[in-house]
Design a protein around this ligand. Structure first.
Ligand SMILES: Cc1ncc(C[n+]2csc(CCOP(=O)(O)OP(=O)(O)O)c2C)c(N)n1
Ligand code: SF4
Length: 259
C-alpha cells in the first residue's frame, strides 16, 4: 500500500475532560480527593448534564479539584453546603443540577445539622461526602469518621471509642430518613471500585434529574500526607482497614419518597 494514501483517523478514547482547565491540581501528591472529583465529573458528562451543573464546594481539601474545572461552582463556608445547594436549586436556575462536594468533617461534624435537615426535607440535590477519616486541610485532626485506634494529631494514642466516640456511618444513617432517595458508599482505592463508584454517582444524580429526593454518596479517599504513608500504601490501607469499618455498597435506592 502506498504510504501516502494511508490516512490515520484519530479518535479520542481517553484523556482530560474538555471541562477541565489546564491547571495543576491544588492537592498533595497521591491524594484521593481529585480521583473522587474525577468520578463526579465523568458521571456528569456521561449523563449529559455537565453544562447545567452547579457545584457547591465545602471548605476543605475534598472539593479543591473543582477549582480546576470549567463548571459553575461556588465556595461555601464549612458546614452549610446542603442548605446553600438547596437555595441555588430553588433560586434562579430553572433546571440546574446542584451538588455539594464536602469532606467528612464538613459534612458529618460541623455540617451534620444541615445534612440531616436536608435529608428530612428531601432536597432535590446531590451530596458527595469524601471520607478520608480525618480533617485533612487543617493538619489531620480526628473526624467523626476516624477509625477506632487510628492515630491522628488529636488522638495521638489512637481513637478510643469510650473517650472520643465511635465512627459514624453516614449513608447507613441517611438511608433511614424518608426524604432520601439514594444512599451509597464507594471508594477510589482500585479501578473496580472507581468504576462502581461512578455508577453510584450517576444513580445519585439521576434521583435529582427525576426529582425524587436527596441523593447521597460517600466516597472513601486517601490522605497519604496526614496518614504518614506512601500513596500506594494509603490505597492498600483503605482496602484493608477503612473498608472493614465502612462497607461499600448501596443502602437505599427508591423511585419515590412519598409512597
Ligand atoms: C466555620 C469554620 N470552622 C472551622 C474551619 C476550619 N477548617 C477548614 S477546613 C477544616 C477541616 C476540613 O476537614 P474535612 O471537612 O474532613 O475535609 P478534608 O480537608 O479532609 O477534605 C476546618 C476545621 C472553617 N474554615 N470554618
Ligand atoms: S492533606 Fe490529605 S486530603 Fe488534603 S490534599 Fe493533602 S493528601 Fe489530600
Amino acid at each position: 500500500m502506498n504510504e501516502k494514501s494511508v490516512s490515520l483517523k484519530k479518535e479520542k478514547i481517553y484523556g482530560p475532560s474538555d471541562y477541565t482547565l489546564n491547571l495543576p491540581l491544588p492537592s498533595c501528591p497521591g491524594c484521593g480527593s481529585p480521583l473522587a472529583g474525577k468520578i463526579v465529573m465523568e458521571a456528569l458528562e456521561e449523563l449529559g448534564i455537565i453544562e447545567k451543573a452547579v457545584c457547591v464546594i465545602g471548605v476543605g481539601c475534598a472539593g479543591m479539584k473543582f477549582f480546576t474545572t470549567k463548571i459553575d461552582w461556588t465556595l461555601c463556608s464549612h458546614g452549610p453546603s446542603p442548605s446553600v445547594a438547596n437555595g441555588i436549586k430553588h433560586g434562579n436556575y430553572d433546571d440546574a443540577i446542584v451538588f455539594t462536594i464536602q469532606g467528612d468533617g464538613d459534612c458529618a461534624a460541623i455540617g451534620a445539622g444541615y445534612l440531616i435537615n436536608s435529608a428530612a426535607r428531601g432536597d432535590k440535590i446531590t451530596i458527595f461526602m469524601l471520607n478520608n477519616t480525618n480533617y485533612g486541610t487543617t493538619g489531620g485532626q480526628m473526624a467523626p469518621t476516624t477509625l477506632i485506634d487510628q492515630v491522628t494529631t488529636t488522638t495521638p494514642q489512637g481513637r478510643d471509642g469510650i473517650t472520643h466516640g465511635y465512627p459514624l456511618h453516614v449513608p447507613e444513617m441517611l438511608a433511614t430518613i424518608r426524604g432520601v432517595a439514594y444512599s451509597a458508599r464507594g471508594s477510589v482505592h482500585n479501578f473496580a471500585s472507581y468504576q462502581r463508584t461512578k455508577k453510584y454517582a450517576k444513580l445519585a444524580l439521576q434521583k435529582q434529574i427525576n426529582g425524587v429526593g436527596l441523593g447521597f454518596l460517600e466516597i472513601l479517599t486517601s490522605c497519604p500526607v496526614n496518614w504518614r504513608m506512601e500513596p500506594s500504601k494509603a490505597m492498600k490501607w483503605i482496602e484493608r482497614r477503612v473498608v472493614a469499618e465502612y462497607p461499600l455498597g448501596e443502602f437505599k435506592n427508591v423511585d419515590s419518597t412519598t409512597d
